[in-house]
Design a protein. Structure first.
Length: 415
């Protein structure tokens, strides 16, 4: 590792750095915009019009004698009607816009009735008749038949987990995911507006020290770049109706096509990057007692005078590393299952994998916003560590003092 000299003198004041007031103003503006978006998102969660809330279910009149001694013709009619009941709810199921009845002969055996207290958690209510349901009206059990259609799951007529899956995707992953991303972004912008950019307290020294080598920087940018593209394409897939459909169905169709293929194309470099980073940095990112002290002091982010000791990676960087390794590992494994559906999982297994993939992805996006913030506008001089590989010596001394001492002990102090 080599030392290079640049213009400036050690111990220079903050007056030679760009004005920090602009960062606070920009943070305040962004925080205001994000606050408005949060209000809209919270309204969307609780207004009920975009949630999975059943309002009508199957209900039954008293059991009739027509259930016994059915003729052959009526038996065939019964089979046809039961097949209709198992068809897609949007086409044939009970709904406020599409009331249906199930009739054998002159008497109605199954009709529709309103749910007393509609709730998004009542995912079983669509196909669960009352206690007096006729024997021909099955409850919300897993129902399979025989199909010659050339795709897995075609024989499934009724599957209660599909309603739970829809609740998880439509409400938990989509709405709460948007809330997590917008909420964390708002906190970061508000922190920038209040705290301002974290400066190099002692000013720039004008001397550089090598922080990361070429392989480390290349791996970092390959992984982060592919993650950003995976996040953007995933957001298009998850929120396309909200964000892109207002520009027209054609734009949504073309964007969705690109996002679907792009999501798979950026998967290999992301997976490779996570693996290489794990091998390169695992030794330097193992937890230690020093991390507890760093976390207790808030990493020095709340005061220019507090600089907790750290080695090559501080506790915050270690948390980001393990988030990428563990969260990225979950995304990689679940993504492989989604790229090769039904190879080793059933239809219910695929539903769980998709839920885990979606929820993990939105949480990782929220956490990565913090990493991007600190590495860009949040802390003076930190961006260059991964761009050129060099950082100012005073920055290293304030945030990685123990690591700097190790480097000086190996190569001698800077001239």
């Amino acid at each position: 590792m080599t030392m290079t000299h640049a213009s400036g003198t050690e111990g220079s004041s903050r007056s030679d750095t760009p004005s920090f007031a602009g960062y606070r103003i920009a943070g305040a503006i962004v925080a205001l915009i994000l606050a408005l978006l949060l209000v809209v998102q919270i309204f969307e969660i609780f207004d009920g019009d975009a949630r999975t809330v059943p309002e009508v279910r199957w209900g039954t009149p008293p059991i009739s004698e027509v259930q016994t001694g059915l003729s052959g013709v009526r038996t065939q009619e019964l089979i046809r009607e039961r097949t209709t009941l198992q068809a897609p709810r949007g086409e044939f199921g009970p709904s406020p816009e599409n009331p249906r009845t199930f009739q054998v002969g002159p008497e109605v055996q199954l009709g529709t009735e309103e749910i007393d207290t509609p709730s998004a958690l009542q995912t079983q209510a669509w196909s669960t008749p009352s206690e007096d349901a006729v024997a021909m009206a099955r409850g919300s059990n897993h129902v399979e038949g025989i199909s010659t259609l050339p795709y897995v799951g075609a024989e499934v007529f009724e599957r209660p987990f599909a309603r739970d899956w829809r609740l998880g995707m439509a409400d938990i992953a989509t709405h709460l995911g948007a809330l997590a991303i917008l909420g964390f972004a708002f906190l970061l912008a508000a922190f920038l507006a209040i705290r301002g950019r974290v400066p190099i307290s002692s000013g720039k020294s004008g001397r550089k020290i090598k922080r990361f080598g070429f392989l480390e920087r290349f791996t970092h940018w390959m992984t982060s770049g592919s993650f950003v593209m995976l996040a953007l394409t995933g957001i298009v897939i998850a929120y396309g109706d909200t964000l892109i459909l207002p520009f027209g169905s054609y734009v949504l169709g073309q964007t969705g096509w690109l996002a679907t293929w792009g999501h798979m194309m950026f998967f290999p470099p992301f997976a490779l990057g996570v693996l290489v980073m794990f091998v390169m940095w695992i030794r330097d990112t193992l937890p230690s007692k020093l991390d507890l002290k760093w976390l207790k002091q808030g990493g020095g982010l709340f005061s220019d005078e507090v600089h907790p000791s750290a080695r090559r990676f501080n506790a915050g960087q270690k948390l980001i590393f393990w988030t990428v390794v563990l969260g990225g590992g979950v995304l990689i494994l679940s993504g492989i299952n989604l790229m090769f559906p039904f190879f080793w999982l059933s239809i219910n297994g695929m539903g769980w994998v998709m839920l885990v993939h979606a929820i993990t992805a939105v949480l990782m996006i929220a956490v990565m916003l913090g990493h991007i913030y600190i590495g860009s506008v949040g802390m003076q001089g930190s961006f260059w560590a991964m761009w050129t590989g060099d950082v100012d010596r005073n920055l290293a001394a304030e945030h990685h003092d123990l690591w700097l001492k190790e480097i000086d002990a190996k190569r001698g102090p800077a001239e």
